[in-house]
Write a protein that binds this ligand. Structure first.
Ligand SMILES: [Fe+2]
Ligand SMILES: [Fe+2]
Ligand SMILES: [Fe+2]
Length: 418
């Protein structure tokens, strides 16, 4: 069964990253459109290959989520002055976490001077050269408005920028009026058409979702561990309860994305050590509706249903819809319990992480008050140690991946002297 279409997985990643920093993803889409127009004009690639290239071109600055979170508003600064840092992180992201590692070096090279790029032995170096041109065109046309001239980069032809690429760019601009289409918004339709050709299998899709999760981790590193823990806890409960495979898959997807709405909530609010004002609590709670908005048109209803119910409680005291026990599925109730377990196991700004006995006592108390589903809680309590050992393994793997990314980053930046 297909829980999410290939193109929707891309749109989900794009739109989720857009929540955090809209300008970066809009820039990515415009660059992708220009690059796509150039590649299409060249006629060297099939549609499904172009679709992957559009994906990489859209996400070409994904590394900036790691390196620039304090300065994301100053797009030109990190694109021009310290461009290697986000190029390297983007490369590592694609290399280790995406289903298209062969395109990772495109991101590494997207700011490299053409003279240097030409010396690289890499199949897709032209794509990196085109992204470099398109993104300069985009930054300067956005910054300069009417004063922008498409020929202003000609002086860099053959040195900083690809001369063939620039020639192709001018040709495409003449023939298709790319800037006009960007201005009118028409370009989005063309992008949508090519995105239809994306083909990813289930493994690839899971990789994309993982990549998105790691990306979130650069905003709040705890979030990745917590999401992965929730996935783990849900999987173990579902297995113990012998849920059919299909339901387990739905639960997997739902759990993986259940808190993506949190990306739209200010950090200070999430990490506030004091008790939140009612107004702030309300704001925090909107993360459920935000997730629903992003996911509804992209993922199967069964998956979205799990996401939107993760803060509901069996006695009707939850939010946002105050659903009661009889109105909810077992999968929804599993995530509710798992979410509580994860929250208790992890430290909060106002308390440390809680030990096993305390977690179980709180779960019991919530079950007595009919907030959490007894059958689910019983499974957690009975298999607590087993679940926890898997959780630990999972968390260790994630931390290992971050370590690997950071270590590789150090090595590559030494090579490039940054
Ligand atoms: Fe960049
Ligand atoms: Fe860029
Ligand atoms: Fe939540």
């Amino acid at each position: 069964m297909e829980y999410i279409k290939s193109k929707d997985i891309f749109l989900l990643v794009r739109d989720t990253l857009k929540i955090v920093y809209p300008r970066l993803m809009k820039h990515g889409s415009r660059v992708a459109y220009m690059v796509y127009t150039m590649l299409r004009e060249e006629g060297k690639y099939e549609e499904f290959e172009l679709a992957d290239m559009v994906m990489v071109a859209t996400l070409h600055d994904i590394g900036a989520y790691k390196t620039e979170r304090e300065r994301l508003n100053d797009i030109l600064k990190y694109e021009t002055k310290e461009c290697m840092a986000h190029s390297i992180y983007g490369y590592l992201f694609f290399k280790y976490l995406s289903p298209v590692p062969e395109l990772a070096k495109v991101i590494m090279y997207h700011h490299m001077d053409y003279e240097q790029l030409q010396k690289q032995n890499y199949e897709y170096k032209e794509l990196a050269a085109y992204i470099n041109i398109a993104e300069k065109m985009d930054h300067y046309s956005t910054a300069l408005g009417d004063k922008f001239e498409v020929g202003m980069f000609q002086k860099y032809a053959g040195t900083k920028l690809s001369d063939d690429g620039l020639f192709l760019f001018y040709k495409c601009e003449d023939k298709y009026g790319m800037f006009e289409k960007i201005r009118s918004g028409e370009y989005l339709k063309e992008l949508d058409d090519i995105i239809e050709y994306m083909i990813y299998n289930n493994e690839d899709k899971k990789k994309f979702l993982d990549m998105m999760m790691y990306c979130q981790g650069f905003f709040r590193s705890e979030m990745v561990v917590e999401t992965a823990t929730a996935v783990c806890v849900c999987e173990e409960i579902a297995k113990e309860m012998m849920l059919p495979l299909q339901k387990r898959e739905i639960l997997y997807y739902g759990t993986l994305v259940h808190d993506i709405g949190m990306l739209a909530i200010p950090r200070e609010l999430i990490e506030s050590p004091r008790k939140l004002e009612p107004k702030e609590v309300k704001r925090l709670r909107t993360h459920v509706e935000i997730a629903s908005k992003i996911l509804s048109s992209r993922m199967k209803k069964e998956v979205v249903d799990i996401v939107v119910a993760h803060h509901e409680r069996c006695d009707g005291s939850g939010y946002p819809r105050k659903l009661k026990d009889s109105q909810m599925s077992t999968e929804q109730k599993i995530l509710q319990v798992a979410d509580v377990v994860v929250a208790l196991l992890n430290p909060r700004s106002y308390r440390k992480s809680l030990p096993k006995e305390k977690v179980i006592a709180i779960l019991d108390e919530k079950t007595e008050r009919s907030r959490l589903k007894r059958q689910v809680v019983v499974v957690v309590v009975n298999s607590f140690d087993k679940i926890m050992s898997r959780v630990k393994e999972e968390a260790a793997q994630i931390l290992k991946m971050y370590e690997l990314l950071n270590k590789q980053y150090e090595l590559i930046s030494q090579k490039y002297n940054i």
